[in-house]
Design a binder for this molecule. Sequence first.
Ligand SMILES: [Zn+2]
Length: 373
Amino acid sequence: MLRNTIQFCKTCLTPNSRPRTIFNNKGICNACTNAKEKKQIDWDARKIEFEKIIEPFRNNSSGYDCIVPWSGGKDSSYVAYRLKFDFNLNPLLVTVSPLIPTEIGMHNRNEILKLGFDHIFIKPNEVTSRSLSKRFFKERGNPKMHWDAAVSCAPMQVALNYNIKLIFYAEHGDSEYGGRVLSEESKKIRDVTEVLENCIGDDPKNWLSNEVSFKNLSPYIYPNVDELRESDITALYFSYFFFWDVVENYNFIKSKVNFKLALKNRTEGTFTNFDSLDDKIDDLYYYMQFIKFGFGRCVRDASRHIQNSHLTRDEGLRLAQKYDGEFPSRYIKEALDYLSISRKEFEEIVDLHRNLEIWCKSNKNWELITKIR
Ligand SMILES: [Zn+2]
């Protein structure tokens, strides 16, 4: 990508600076192409396929038919609810603790658990987690790298320990939100032996330091690939079998439990109030995306809404012009305390990660060279 050449999808608002997004020759991003294709799918046939696939996994000797990696948000709760109450499976819910949990997130998890699920909550060593968070925020502008690895590892570790053979992931991110889709099959089945992919492209052994010993890294170490092959675990994406729409998932969950929303009607940096509510560090995470790639949480949310016809492009554009890249002031103090860095250090780190191909300085203020349009 060269200066001044940021291109925005003609259907949604996704820029070509978004990692992994690919545009076709008509200027349409692959998430939009996928959204269009989804409308042609025979979902009744997919449901029949789904029922056939899950049948052999019922009545596992552990008592659990499957695992659902579960944040307690609308999407994974929608999956857990449907598996249990529409398909009579007994899922074990597995959560990796948010870095800085919010009360809203805890409330929403409890609301779902009250319906009757077993739940494993993994809280990695806080000293290690803070140390890694600080390191990754400094080095990569992302305080959640290790958390992503833990989220990837936890369902596998639990599946092996409890001898559970089926894992249900919510959506296939690369097709739903833009990315490289290797094959039609990859939208359905997750290859659990793709170790590098599941380690978020990095080996946690690279994270050792004076503060972080190998023993502290257990939550982040992906199981041995031979052990996984022998275990015969199947990991499926729920979104392959049932039409995936984040707004509809929210409406579904809201109709089942008392699901709490963002304070003051919307989350900072966007117009939505129902998404990514469980971790106080998320606002900073999305802000850093804006610094690195020139788009923030509002463009992300608006694009998903446009793809499923909940907003027009013009409506989404106006929201993005208003909210995208808004500074995450609400939780910034707690985030900096967690990272144990000062405000001055924070500002230096932000500028270190500012992509100068997309930002310029005018009158001492940073501005995006190409404004969203
Ligand atoms: Zn698009």
